[in-house]
Write a protein that binds this ligand. Structure first.
Ligand code: 26Q
Length: 801
C-alpha cells in the first residue's frame, strides 16, 4: 500500500472527526485508538476483499481451523507491522503529539481463550496469513472473555471481562451470512418418494448464528485471511421466533461466556450447546461456500480441509455427515468417504480428566439427529473392525460405551489424521493414551510440534532485540526465522553479546517500572528475573517453584550474608474458578510474596512478584524481560508448552524437565545451554507401574524438605492456616500426585546452577544468544507449513525458506 505520512495524518484526523466528531486534543486514548483501528481496517479492506476473491476465482483449497478458543491479543500494532506502515504511523502520530504506545494500551485484549490452546490457534491464524495458506478461523464470539483476575487479601477473585463494552473495531458483522441451528425436539426418519430416509424435525428450538469476521493480515504479502466468530441471536421472524424475554435471554446465553476451565471436564449442557452451535454454523457456511464452486460433492476433499482443534469441535464430523446426507442427498458411504478425507484432529492433552465424553442421554435429548448419526458411525465401526481386531479391542476403542460418547474416539475414527503437539506427546499418544486406536489406524497418527508467531513475540514485543538481530545478521530472519541460526556465528563476539545484555537490561528496567507503578513493589533490574507464566495447575508444579523459594528464604534467614545472587521470581497464572487446590496455591504464593518482599533482613536478595490477570498483553511485557524460563511440569504431563518457546526466543535460559517440547528445545539449543533436572518419562511410568512412590518417606528423611514443608503449617508463613494444611496434606497424606518432592532436590540443584551461571555474565550472554539463535526453528510459520503439506494438502502462496 502506498501511503505517505502526510496522507496518513490527514486520514487519521478525518477519521477521528467522522467517528467521534472531535479533534485530536479532545480525544481520549481510546477514541484515538478506535479511530486509528477504523482507519487501518479501511486500509486493509482492499487486501481482504481481493484475497477472498482470488481464493474463490482460483478455486484454491481452503483450510477451516475450528477452535472453541482464540487468543489473538492486541491487533493494532501487529496489523501496522504486517501492512508495512508501523514506522510511518508511529512517526505520523508522534508529529501529532500522540504516542502509539498509549493507543496500543487502550486496545481491549480479546481473552477468548484459556491459555496454550487458544493462543496456538491465534499464532496459527497469523502464520497461515503470513505464509499465504488459504486459511479461515472458525470460533465463538464470546460476549465475555476469560474472567479478570484480582487478588483480594491474596485470594483470587474473578470479575467479568467485558471486552466488547466499547465495541470491537476490527470486526465486521455479516448478518446476511447468518445460519440457523436446531436444538432439542424430535427427529423421525421418514421414507420419501424415492425410498430415501429423510429426517422430519418437530418442536426444535431454532437459534440464529450471526458471523463477525476479523481480517487476519499476512506479513507484508497483500493477503488477509478471515477469522469468523459466531454470535447466538434469536431468529427475527417466522420459524422459531421467540415471544418471551426469558427465551431470548436463553438464546444469548449460548455465546455469553467462555468456560474458564481448561482441564477438568464437566459435562454441562451449555458447553455442549456452544460446541454444536459454532460447529454447525461453521460447517453450514462451508457447504454454502462450496456450492458456489459448482463442483460435485465427491470433490469436496480437494477444496476443503476442516481442522478440529482438540475434541471441542468434534461434532464437525457428524454435522458434515448430516448435511451431505439429509440436505445434499448423498449416500452414507459417499458422505463418510468425503468426511474422513476432509477432517483432521489435534490432541492437546494426555490428562484423563480432560478427555471429553458426553452422556448419551444428553446428546439424544438436545442433538437428536447428531445422536442418530453418531450411533450409526459407532455401529459401522464395530461391525467392520470386529472381524479384523477382535471383540476386546473393539470394545475398548468404540465411540459409545457405558452410556458415554467419547469424543476423542469419534475424532480419530471420523478423520484421516490425528496429531500430538510435540514429539514426546505424539509418541505417548501412540504408546499409551490412544494405543488401542493406534493399532487400528497406525497411519493416521503423526506429530506436529507446536510453534509460536515470531513476529508477535520478537518483532512486536521486543523491538530492541529485533534491531540487534537486524544489525547482526541482516533482515532476512524477519521473513525466514530459520535465518536466526546465523546468530550462532557471533557467540563469541563481545560487541554483540554486550548489545544483547544491554537490550535485556533495558527490558528489565521497563518491566521494573511497570511493577513499581502497578504493584508498588520495588525490584532490582540487576537481579535474576526468573519467570513462570502459565495457567495454574498441579501438574505444572508452580508449587515446587514456591517451595524452592521458601527454602532459599529460610537459608537467607539463617545466614543473611549467604552468597546468593539476587533473584526476582515473577509469576503469572489464573486458576479455574472451581479448582480449589490451584486457588490455595495462589494464596500460598501471595502470602510468601508478602512475607519475603517485606522482610528487610534478607537485603532484597529475594522477591516474589505475582502479576494479576496474566494474559497475552502482559506476556508481551514480561517475556522480553525474562532471564530464566521455568518449564517444570512432571515429565509426560505437559503436551507441548509454548511459553517455553517464547521465552527462549527472547533469550531466557530454560530450567526444565524433559517434558513436552522441552525435549526438542534441548535438542535444538544443546544440553549445555539449558538446565535440565527431574524424572524422565520412563522413570515416571516405572513408578506408576511399581506403585512404589512414597512422598512421606522423602519428607521424613530429607531435612531440607522437612523444614520447608513444616513452614507451610507452623505459622512461618502468615495467613495460610487452612491452605498450608491442605497443601501439606496433598503432598504427605495423598502421596504427592505430581512427584513434587521426588524432583525437588534435583530442582533446587538446578536453581543453584543458574545462580552460578548467571554470575559469569559473558558465559550467560553466550548461552542467551544461542537460545535466541536456536528459536527460529519453533516458528509457527514452519508448523503450519507442515500441517499444510502433511495433513491439509493445501498450497501456500508466500515464499518461506
Ligand atoms: C473442555 C471441556 C469443557 C470445558 C473446557 C474444556 C477445555 C478448554 C480448554 C479443555 C482444555 C482446554 C485447553 C487446553 C490447553 O490449552 N492445552 C495446552 O495446549 C497447548 C497447545 O497445544 C500445549 O502447549 C499445552 O501443553 C497444553 O496444556
Amino acid at each position: 500500500m502506498e501511503l505517505t505520512k502526510k496522507r496518513f495524518k490527514e486520514d487519521f484526523q478525518r477519521t477521528l472527526k467522522e467517528v467521534f466528531a472531535i479533534d485530536i486534543e479532545e480525544a481520549s486514548a481510546f477514541e484515538q485508538y478506535f479511530s486509528l483501528g477504523r482507519l487501518v481496517k479501511a486500509y486493509t479492506s482492499d487486501e481482504w476483499q481481493r484475497t477472498n476473491k482470488r481464493y474463490l476465482e482460483k478455486q484454491v483449497k481452503q483450510v477451516y481451523y475450528f477452535s472453541i478458543e482464540f487468543l489473538p491479543g492486541h491487533l493494532l500494532k501487529s496489523n501496522l507491522l504486517n501492512l508495512s506502515i508501523l514506522k510511518l504511523v508511529r512517526e505520523g502520530l508522534s508529529e501529532l503529539g500522540i504516542s502509539l504506545e498509549k493507543l496500543e494500551d487502550a486496545e481491549p485484549d480479546p481473552a477468548l481463550g484459556n491459555g496454550g490452546l487458544g493462543r496456538l490457534a491465534a499464532c496459527f491464524m497469523d502464520s497461515m496469513a503470513s505464509t499465504g495458506i488459504p486459511g479461515n478461523g472458525n470460533g465463538i464470539r464470546y460476549r465475555y472473555g476469560l474472567f479478570k483476575q484480582k487478588f483480594l487479601n491474596g485470594y483470587q477473585v474473578e470479575l467479568p471481562e467485558n471486552w466488547l463494552r466499547n465495541g470491537n473495531v476490527w470486526e465486521v458483522r455479516k448478518e446476511n451470512k447468518g445460519v440457523t441451528i436446531k436444538f432439542g425436539g424430535t427427529v423421525t426418519l421418514i421414507q420419501d418418494k424415492i425410498g430415501k430416509l429423510k429426517p422430519v424435525y418437530e418442536n426444535s428450538e431454532i437459534i440464529l448464528a450471526v458471523p463477525y469476521d476479523i481480517p487476519m493480515i499476512g506479513y507484508k504479502n497483500n493477503i488477509a485471511n478471515n477469522l469468523r466468530l459466531w454470535s447466538a441471536e434469536s431468529p427475527l421472524h417466522g420459524e422459531g421466533e421467540y415471544s418471551t424475554e426469558e427465551q431470548r435471554e436463553d438464546v444469548k446465553r449460548i455465546t455469553e461466556v467462555l468456560y474458564p476451565d481448561d482441564s477438568n471436564y464437566e459435562g454441562q449442557l451449555l458447553r455442549l450447546k456452544q460446541e454444536y452451535f459454532f460447529v454447525s454454523a461453521g460447517i453450514q457456511s462451508i457447504v454454502r461456500h462450496y456450492k458456489k464452486l459448482h463442483l460435485p460433492f465427491d470433490q469436496m476433499p480437494e477444496k476443503i480441509a476442516v481442522h478440529i482443534n482438540d475434541t471441542h469441535p468434534t461434532l464437525c464430523i457428524p454435522e458434515l455427515m448430516r448435511i451431505l446426507m439429509d440436505e445434499e442427498n448423498l449416500s452414507w458411504e459417499v458422505a463418510w468417504d468425503i468426511t474422513v478425507k476432509v477432517m483432521s484432529y489435534t490432541n492437546h492433552t494426555i490428562m484423563a480428566e480432560a478427555l471429553e465424553k458426553w452422556s448419551e442421554d444428553m446428546i439424544k435429548l438436545w442433538l437428536p439427529r447428531m445422536y442418530q448419526i453418531i450411533c450409526e458411525i459407532n455401529r459401522r465401526y464395530v461391525e467392520t473392525m470386529r472381524p479384523l481386531h477382535g471383540e476386546e479391542l473393539v470394545q475398548r476403542t468404540m465411540i459409545i460405551r457405558d452410556g458415554y460418547i467419547k469424543m476423542a474416539h469419534l475424532a480419530i475414527i471420523g478423520s484421516h489424521s490425528t496429531n500430538g503437539v510435540a514429539k514426546l506427546h505424539s509418541d505417548l499418544l501412540k504408546e499409551k493414551v490412544l494405543h488401542d486406536l493406534y493399532t487400528v489406524y497406525p497411519m493416521r497418527f503423526n506429530n506436529k510440534t507446536n510453534g509460536i508467531a515470531q513476529r508477535r513475540w520478537v518483532q512486536l514485543a521486543n523491538e530492541d532485540l529485533a534491531k540487534v538481530l537486524d544489525e547482526t545478521i541482516g533482515l532476512g530472519w524477519r521473513r525466514n526465522p530459520s535465518e536466526m541460526t546465523m546468530l550462532k556465528a557471533f557467540q563469541n563476539d563481545e560487541a554483540v553479546l554486550a548489545k544483547l545484555d544491554k537490550v535485556k537490561l533495558k527490558n528489565k528496567m521497563h518491566f521494573t517500572a511497570y511493577v513499581e507503578e502497578e504493584m508498588g513493589i520495588k525490584i532490582n533490574p540487576k537481579a535474576i528475573f526468573d519467570v513462570q507464566i502459565k495457567r495454574l495447575h498441579a501438574y505444572k508444579r508452580q508449587l515446587m517453584n514456591v517451595l524452592e523459594i521458601i527454602g532459599t528464604y529460610l537459608e537467607l534467614k539463617d545466614n543473611p550474608d549467604a552468597d546468593i545472587y539476587p533473584r526476582v521470581h515473577i509469576f503469572g497464572a489464573k486458576a479455574a474458578p472451581s479448582y480449589t487446590y490451584a486457588k490455595q496455591i495462589i494464596k500460598l504464593m501471595n502470602s510468601v510474596a508478602t512475607l519475603i518482599n517485606n522482610d528487610k533482613t534478607i537485603q532484597d536478595k529475594l522477591k516474589l512478584v505475582f502479576i494479576e490477570n496474566y494474559g497475552v498483553s502482559l506476556a508481551e511485557k514480561i517475556i522480553p524481560a525474562a532471564d530464566v524460563s521455568e518449564q517444570i511440569s512432571l515429565a509426560t504431563k505437559e503436551a507441548s508448552g509454548t511459553s517455553n518457546m517464547k521465552l527462549m526466543l527472547n533469550g531466557a535460559i530454560t530450567v526444565a524437565t524433559l517434558d513436552g517440547a522441552n525435549v526438542e528445545i534441548r535438542d535444538s539449543v544443546g544440553s549445555d545451554n539449558i538446565v535440565l533436572f527431574g524424572l524422565t518419562e520412563e522413570e515416571v511410568y516405572q513408578y506408576y507401574h511399581d506403585r512404589n512412590y512414597n512422598a512421606k518417606e522423602i519428607y521424613e528423611t530429607d531435612p531440607k524438605i522437612h523444614r520447608i514443608l513444616n513452614a507451610l503449617i507452623d505459622g512461618t508463613i502468615p495467613g495460610i492456616q487452612d491452605e498450608g494444611h491442605d497443601i501439606f496434606d496433598s503432598l504427605i497424606l495423598h502421596n504427592d500426585e505430581y512427584f513434587v518432592l521426588k524432583d525437588f532436590s534435583d530442582y533446587a540443584e538446578a536453581k543453584k546452577k543458574i545462580d552460578l551461571l548467571y554470575s559469569n555474565r559473558q558465559a550467560w550472554n553466550k548461552m542467551s544468544l544461542l537460545n535466541i539463535a536456536s528459536a527460529g526453528h519453533f516458528s509457527s510459520d514452519y508448523t503450519v507449513l507442515r500441517y499444510a503439506e502433511d495433513i491439509w494438502d493445501v498450497e501456500h502462496f508466500t515464499k518461506i525458506k
